[in-house]
Design a binder for this molecule. Structure first.
Ligand code: GCU
Length: 692
């Protein structure tokens, strides 16, 4: 079953009653203008492999010119342009498609899969296969366009083996599939398999190296290696992107500066960019982390972030590339909690980007983490999305569960992401959902979209846990269509990954849908942050580490009070970074939702919530409730032993983690409750806390 892990949801496992479907399936596949290694060619191969796997039916795989048996039902697969070449009359019957979109029609075994481009054709084929794998071969027609053009993956892979965090920073599924020992791996089989998974959910680019970038990525030898990665991605329509180290002109190029306004620096980057495009003509572009957590950047020379981003934009423009410039900019040395009540890391992005909205070149996209701090279990949506009106933005979501249990805990993230994407900023008093800002509709922009920090590794489960793959699946599906529902995406993923057995569906859905609320309950409540250990790997409870640290992730908990006062009238002023209606909501303790109360307000432990409970009693109760839910996970999973699609190997692998999670949730419960009980001296109404 190692292969079951590697193929993720693309198992093409034989379904129940497979023979009964044969007359609804095509007998032949005809690809239009498919050169070997192109996405259309891949589409043909996948259809043939998929239909063989799912139904045991062998299909003739032909190109239009070599086709032997024209009377059979056929799947015709190609771009709209290629199709219209031989069917010019069809033009007005076909719907309008945007880049990467597809049209799919199934009628009594005759299938038409047309993409706006080659990649879109492959997406159409994967969509058809996904339906077939779920047992749906009925007639229908669908037109599907991606919601946003940027649907990227970020991998935080280190070139160097054995860095501080191993060779994938915040990766919990093994070593890098791309790099080994400072070089690009010789064997890139896994990179190709990864591209296949990503293409099947509509993701179109991967930035392969860590945002904390190593300048040596850009040596001629490594640029050749990057080109080899791009070669294994290309059949799947996945483009390659590269993270840059801002100081590379100095550290790698031997210049005496990396000032973005210095001509020699700019021309060094131009040359590097030309070298990369010589090797990778379809390169997607760059990703840059600058002036953050000790990384170099334009502010080192008193230049603005726009000066920095534009330097790369100029180098990329002749090649059609774009630069994703990160908004995760803050100085972890300048924050002093004890001395400054108004110090607040959450303000940093808004402050640094203030006044820059009209200063960026049109191929710059600002990549913004979904919340203002750092992928905590609950954060308000970053207000920067509402500030950048002219400059396109992309949202950075984290599939790898850094603060969220590192794949040792099941936490299905789609419900959290959907709250973020559906959030309405009310810019100028008008509906302004995050997703409509990202897709360009709200502010009339062409670029924008999604960046998911995925961090798969060499582990055969990719992420270190079979169930965590639902997060990667949901990330891709939401980047394509943010209106997809959490349960709906799960259902597709479960059917393809395991089976359509009712019990399997019910149990995995229940586990997954309960998991984020449970994790929030047994970790950090009411917007206080996850309460992980800040210094040691961001794992496991350590509420004491949440104050007095230089990173600015604070709770300001003392004997009587807790929470960050982020109001304008008395606090850090962060609430005032939101558009008027939202700012007013967060400014006022009465209108701040309970789940973000301690994010925005500093209150006594005895503050009464809308639920009628005090803050401290809510902490106690939530920790008991959340860990009680986690206690049920192993028992629920046990009911799936031997069910269709649940092989022993995957069963045991999942069980091991769920048992661990149930135990670790108790560690969480008791550490957090005891900590705040000691701190506040307030007894638990139910007498559970402090009596161990
Ligand atoms: C977090 C994470 C780091 C990462 C950083 C970033 O702080 O812990 O490992 O480098 O985010 O996103 O740049």
């Amino acid at each position: 079953a190692a292969e079951d892990g590697l193929s993720g949801w693309l198992r093409y496992a034989r379904i129940k009653g497979a023979n009964g479907y044969h007359n609804k399936l095509p007998s032949a596949i005809v690809t239009l203008n498919a050169t070997e290694g192109s996405p259309v060619y891949t589409a043909g191969q996948e259809l043939s492999d998929g239909i063989r796997g799912i139904f045991g039916k062998e299909l003739e795989l032909d190109t239009a010119s070599t086709r032997k048996t024209p009377r059979d039902t056929t799947a015709t697969v190609g771009t709209v342009t290629a199709y219209l070449d031989s069917n010019p009359g069809a033009a007005d019957r076909l719907p309008e498609l945007v880049d990467d979109g597809f049209y799919l029609s199934v009628s009594k075994g005759n299938v038409l899969i047309l993409g706006q481009n080659e990649r879109g054709t492959l997406y159409g084929a994967f969509h058809y296969l996904s339906l077939l794998a779920q047992g749906n071969a009925s007639d229908f027609t669908v037109t599907s366009n991606p919601d946003a053009p940027i649907r990227w993956v970020n991998q935080w892979d280190n070139m160097q083996d054995g860095g501080t965090h191993g060779s994938v920073e915040r990766g919990y599924g093994g070593d890098s599939i791309f790099f080994w020992d400072g070089k690009i791996r010789d064997d890139l089989t896994r990179a190709g398999q990864y591209a296949r998974l990503l293409a099947s959910i509509g993701l179109n680019a991967v930035v392969v190296n860590n945002v904390n970038a190593d300048a040596k990525t850009l040596t001629p030898e490594n640029m050749d290696g990057l080109a080899r990665i791009a070669d294994v991605f290309r059949p799947y329509g996945v483009q390659l992107g590269v993270s840059l180290n801002f100081a590379a002109p100095e550290t790698l190029g031997g210049l005496d500066s990396f000032d973005p306004l210095d001509e020699t620096v700019a021309s060094w980057w131009k040359d590097i960019t030309d070298e990369l495009y010589k090797r990778i003509p379809d390169m997607a572009g760059y990703l840059v982390k600058a002036n953050s957590e000790g990384q170099p950047g334009p502010m080192t020379y008193n230049r603005t972030l726009a000066d920095g981003a534009n330097m790369f934009a100029h180098a990329l423009k002749p090649h059609g590339g774009i630069i994703l410039f990160r908004a995760f900019v803050y100085d972890h040395r300048s924050l002093n909690q004890t001395l400054d009540w108004k110090a607040d890391r959450a303000n940093a992005a808004g402050d640094y980007f203030d006044g820059l909205d009209d200063k960026f070149e049109d191929n710059v996209v600002i990549q913004i983490k979904h919340g203002p701090i750092d992928f905590q279990v609950r954060e308000p949506v970053s207000p920067l999305f509402a500030h950048l009106v002219e400059t396109p933005s992309a949202i950075e979501l984290q599939v790898t569960q850094e603060y969220l249990g590192q794949q040792a805990h099941l936490v299905y993230l789609a419900p959290m992401w959907k709250e973020i994407l559906d959030f309405d900023f009310r810019v100028d008093g008008k509906p302004s959902r995050t997703s409509d800002i990202l897709n360009g509709k709200r502010f009339n922009r062409k670029l924008g979209g999604y960046a998911g920090v995925v961090n798969v590794g060499t582990n055969t489960t990719w992420l270190g846990s079979h169930l965590a793959m639902s997060n990667l699946y949901a990330y891709g599906r939401l980047a394509w269509d943010p209106s997809a529902t959490s349960e709906g995406m799960l259902e597709e993923w479960i059917k393809m990954t395991f089976s359509d057995d009712k019990k399997v569906l019910d149990v995995i859905t229940k586990l997954s849908m309960q998991s984020w609320p449970a994790y929030e309950d047994y970790t950090g409540n009411l917007g206080i942050q996850t309460l992980c250990d800040i210094l040691l790997g961001h794992y496991g409870p350590n509420p004491a580490s949440q104050d007095g640290n230089p990173w600015g992730q604070w709770t300001r908990a003392d004997a009587d009070t807790i929470g960050m006062d982020r109001t304008v009238w008395n606090g850090t002023g962060f609430a005032g970074q939101y558009p008027e209606e939202i700012a007013a909501m967060y400014e006022n303790i009465e209108t701040t939702p309970d789940d973000l109360l301690l994010w925005f307000h500093h209150v006594p432990y005895t503050q009464v919530l809308k639920s009628g409970k005090t803050v401290i009693q809510h902490f106690y109760d939530a920790h008991y409730a959340g860990s009680a839910v986690a206690q049920t996970f192993p028992q629920l999973w046990e009911t799936l032993r031997g069910r269709p699609g649940i092989d022993d190997e995957r069963f045991d692998h999942v069980m091991y983690r769920l048992v661990y999670q149930a135990g670790h949730s108790l560690v969480w419960r008791d550490s957090i409750n005891t900590f705040y009980h000691n701190k506040s001296g307030i007894a638990d109404e139910q007498g559970r806390v402090g009596n161990h």
